[in-house]
Design a protein around this ligand. Sequence first.
Ligand SMILES: Nc1ncnc2c1ncn2[C@@H]1O[C@H](COP(=O)(O)OP(=O)(O)OP(=O)(O)O)[C@@H](O)[C@H]1O
Ligand SMILES: [Mg+2]
Length: 307
Amino acid sequence: MEELFTFLESEGVDRALLAGIRAFREQYPAEAETADRVPRPEYFYYGRKTWELALAALLAGKNLLLAGPKATGKNVLSENLGALFGRPVWNVSFHINTDAAYLIGTDTYDGQAVTFRPGPIWLCASKGGFGVLDEINMAKNEALAVLHAALDFRRSLDVPGYEKTDLRPETRFIGTMNYGYAGTRDLNEALTSRFAVLDMPVISEENLQKLISRRYPRISVKIRDQLVKLYGELERKAESAEISDAALDLRGLLDAVALMEQGLTSGDALEMCIVNKTFDAYERRLIRDVIEARLPADLTRDVVFGA
Ligand SMILES: Nc1ncnc2c1ncn2[C@@H]1O[C@H](COP(=O)(O)OP(=O)(O)OP(=O)(O)O)[C@@H](O)[C@H]1O
Ligand SMILES: [Mg+2]
């Protein structure tokens, strides 16, 4: 993934850490069997400091928990890390019904014999993968108990009724969890203790400019900068609790640009992707005012993309 290395060098990520990754990749070369699971990311994660914290933790052999508000790039970073380390990735979405059988695997009877059908955690452990435990805090504690031995110094899957499996040395787990809005659950202490916890920051103005320009190279710089300022203003209003964080959604901002590219006016696109994310009429009014102060509602594609 030379392009990603070049990107990280240009972002100023510590050279010693990057050298560490190259050494890791040499020690654990890609394997044909799992090659199609090694991510080829379309988008890169922006944030030098966050990169450095994540790389140091993973190089030290630790598991990483990415915790933060929605749309702070937790999944993008996880994918990027899998790509950078050159490891196959298993993505596991955790929810209230996640159980050990799903995570580790189940015995199935095919009419002749009982065979073990491995689950994603078992595959990840035995193939030296990176396991992305997505929204790990949404699962019930009982289901997570099977991960304890895998995540600490034992580095093994040791579950009653299953053959014991040791994790290959290059195996890592990256948990993600959301906090900052209703419906969020805490992660129990025993599990949190087994991760290095990285607080995901909201993207900086400078990085947001870079991100938008990379994704939409033809966007007018003036309008890009207004969108960045708009995002900053929504962030400040959410912080001071003038508005909820429903509309503070980077995904929404980027989606709005995509809709403008399809020919919607700026007003319609921002209405769908930002304003309507809240269902409170008063709050919508407030957000609309913030937007209108920055960007006229009738900008067309030609103006936005500076044709
Ligand atoms: N620092 C960042 N660098 C690059 N992209 C970012 C960054 N922050 C947010 N994004 C963008 O925001 C969008 C959402 O990213 P992602 O799905 O990884 O977020 P998330 O933190 O997993 O969100 P959620 O908690 O809602 O699942 C993507 O388009 C991503 O590129
Ligand atoms: Mg996510």
